[in-house]
Each structure stands twice: as C-alpha cells, then as structure tokens.
Design a protein around this ligand. Sequence first.
Ligand SMILES: [Zn+2]
Length: 191
Amino acid sequence: MQTPSHFIMTAALRYPLRRQTIRISTWGLLIGSILPDIPFTLLTIIYEIYYRIAGISVPAPSIMEYLHFDLFFNDPIWIVGHNTFHSLVVNGVLLVIGYWLYRKNGRTFLFWLAAMTLLHTVIDIFTHSSDGPLFLFPLNWTYRFASPVSYWETANGAVYFAIFEYTLDALLLGFVGRKYLQHRKGNTNAT
Ligand SMILES: [Zn+2]
C-alpha cells in the first residue's frame, strides 16, 4: 500500500484504539505507521541526487529503475534500510520491549510505534507481489511472500486495488474529519 494510506488508516484506527487499556501514544501510532517506508524514501532521494551530480551512468534505462529494481534487491544498504522496520522479527522484538517499558514505567510510545510498524508490515506482505518485504529479516535476507495482489503491478490487479485503496482513503479521511469536527464542537460547547 502507499505510504499516505498507511498513515490515514492509522489516524482512523486511533479512535477505536482509544478504548484499549494501554493508553495510546498518538506520536507512536503516527510515526510507526510510516516509519518502515522512510529509509526507502531517503535512499531514493539521496542516491538519485548523488548519481545525477556525480554523472554516474547506470546499467538500467533510468537511475530510478536502477535503484528500485537492482539495488533494492541486491545492495546490503538498501536491503537493511528497507527491511529493518518491514520485519515481523524486528518489530515483534520492539513490541515486546515496548510492552516491558509500559509495564515498567507506563511509557507507551514504543509499544504503539511497534504495533503500527507490525500492522504496516502485515499489510505490505499482502499487497506486494514481486517486491514484498523480507519479513523474516535479519534471519532471512531473501524470502519474500509473492502476494496474488499488488498495489502497483498491473498484472496483479493493481488497477482494481487502486480503486479500493483510494475509496478506503476517502472514507477514512471523512471519518477522521467528522471526529475532529465533533471534538472541536465539544470543546467549543465546553468553554
Ligand atoms: Zn511499506
């Protein structure tokens, strides 16, 4: 799924999650929803600029294709960067540490951050066909689940999935907007 969709979904999920016994950390939730994709975005920007400025020619039709179809699968920096927070193993360990911190001193940031990086990873596993996350990283550096559905590969239903994804985004944004207005109205009435 696209990074903004992960963010919107988590922003909406914040409302039902508020009923949980573990007090939510809004920052933990929102950062955790997009954290797995941040290294990929930064690597793309840095490498694109570097290759252009240095004038390095690449063995692909474009720098972007070289980065996303070659380095993404073969370069250790890209593999570590992209898969550290797209790993069920890493995120699972962080969730356990987060829960331990919550029990120890009541801090919930890491717990909710890890809960959302886990949710992000599970969604990505089922919405990527050829380029799914190495969700067993760092125990396994090559295994990717080939989902029959891809959010971007047209051979795997990307056109239909995009309709679903944008519709879901619009509905969730409407929901979050309504909740926000209700909250503001409540505050105004209270003053
Ligand atoms: Zn992702």
